[in-house]
Design a protein around this ligand. Structure first.
Ligand SMILES: [Zn+2]
Length: 447
């Protein structure tokens, strides 16, 4: 999703140059598929007079081998700890930069480069991003490369992976420089009301970022091509027309050279509106599964989920800036001199800002997860109505179960899930099937 790019941290420039030397390497073999492709509908989920939603759900879950389930549980539960480790690791880095006065030293260096203030900010930003990227690099390699390979989710060799990290770093340098120059400009010019105008500017940046991501950023990592197989495109375009989506073509995205994950999306506005499936979905999904997934994606589009999320996140940003103002004043009064930070308009304050924002986001994790999970559930319901493929939806839930634990506890799902769990998704698909059983019984068949 778009938000993944917000966590851009990237890599050291030198490492990036090295990586481009090995960029020619062939991608790794596709790892063995961990979750089964359930092409035939299990007996308990076949239409019958005694169709039982719970039994049908259990029958689908029983298709998953114990080993695949254990692996998926371990991968996803490990992710809970990573939320904590990422937060703590980031906090330690911020405190080191402040207490060792490295942040003040980076500011002093930036001031020696030029006398022009916006350029100070820009230079400081590059120093800060490169240094923190290097410091966090061991965790980045573990999380983004070693762990993904260990669970058979990644297909990239180290060279190309590193090259992608380098591209992320460059994107972070350019977009981050623009954002920091503007935000520090606001803070320096409007010292009394910066928390209000800073929030407004941040919301505008978030909207622009959402807009440019499919057009400029996604093509930097994936090759997007027009899909020409009418057996796949016709049912999708038929469904699009039936749901008032003005798409002319269906596109394919080559994700298999990076990961084994299945995904699809509907992006863009007006004439740039497009439906995209990744090649993993095309390769592994049955026609029913592909239609169920596309119905879900169309639900996001028709229900304006991107705009609603932007509205919701704007509230998070406004509240965040209000808290940030209070917390910055409080911390600088106590430790400002010790950290050699001259005030809120001094770029050396950045590690403190990042620390405070990360505390805020860490505490909000369950709220943000729940907001997106509710949108995803809405899209699931829309997708069932649009595609009428409850068994395809169950298959898709099993496939994405490769990286998401299928059967969590209730509180676990509430706190950690940004999508409904596989069990919830299969259960709601089977409930839909039970309540629309006439669609699945042949008109002349039956005894
Ligand atoms: Zn979705």
């Amino acid at each position: 999703m778009v938000m993944r790019f917000l966590r851009v941290c990237g890599l050291l420039a030198l490492v990036g140059m090295l990586s481009s030397l090995v960029w020619g390497q062939t991608p790794g073999r596709l790892p063995k598929t961990e979750m089964p492709s359930v092409i035939t509908v299990p007996a308990a989920a076949q239409p019958s007079d005694h169709f039982d939603v719970q039994a049908a759900t259990e029958a689908y879950l029983a298709e998953i081998p114990a080993q695949a389930r254990a692996r998926s549980d371990a991968y996803f539960e490990g992710g809970y700890w990573l939320i904590l480790w990422d937060f703590l690791y980031g906090a330690v880095i911020a405190l080191l930069l402040l207490n060792l006065r490295w942040s003040a030293a980076m500011r002093n260096l930036a001031e020696r480069v030029t006398r022009f203030r916006p350029v100070h900010t820009m230079v400081y930003w590059v120093e800060y991003l490169v240094l923190t990227t290097v410091m966090v690099f061991p965790l980045t390699v573990y999380e983004g490369y070693i762990r993904e390979h260990k669970y058979g989710l990644a297909t990239q060799t180290f060279g190309p992976w590193l090259y992608d990290q380098f591209k992320l770093l460059l994107i972070g340098i350019v977009l981050g420089a623009i954002a920091t120059v503007v935000l520090f400009g606001v803070v320096r010019r409007l010292p009394r009301t910066w928390h209000i105008w800073g929030a407004v500017v941040s919301v505008v940046f978030l909207a622009l970022f959402t807009l440019i991501t499919p057009v400029f950023l996604v093509p930097m990592f994936y090759k997007v091509t027009k899909l020409n197989d009418p057996r796949i495109t016709q049912p999708i375009l038929r469904m699009a027309r039936a749901n008032g989506i003005p798409a002319q073509d269906v596109y394919q995205m080559d994700e298999s050279h990076i990961s084994t994950r299945i995904s699809a999306n509907v992006s863009g506005f007006g004439h740039t509106m497009r439906i995209t499936l990744n090649d993993n979905l095309l390769r592994r999904g049955s026609p029913e599964e592909i239609q169920a997934v596309m119905g879900h994606e169309m639900g996001h589009y028709v229900m304006n989920h991107i705009y609603k999320f932007l509205m919701f996140f704007s509230i998070v940003i406004v509240a965040g800036f209000a808290l940030l103002r209070w917390a910055l004043d409080w911390s600088l009064k106590r430790w400002g001199d010790k950290w050699q930070i001259r005030g809120i308009g001094d770029t050396a304050v950045l590690p403190l800002v990042v620390l405070l924002v990360s505390i805020y986001m860490f505490i909000l994790t369950p709220v943000l997860n729940s907001y997106t999970r509710i949108q995803e559930y809405e899209a699931d319901m829309y997708g069932l109505n649009a595609s009428r493929q409850p068994d395809g939806a169950a298959q898709a839930a099993i496939h994405v179960g490769e990286y998401r634990k299928m059967s969590p506890g209730r509180l676990e799902e509430l706190f950690f899930y940004d999508h409904p769990s596989g069990r919830t998704r299969i259960f709601s698909a089977m409930r839909w099937k039970a309540e629309n059983l006439q669609l699945f019984t042949p008109p002349c068949g039956g005894k």
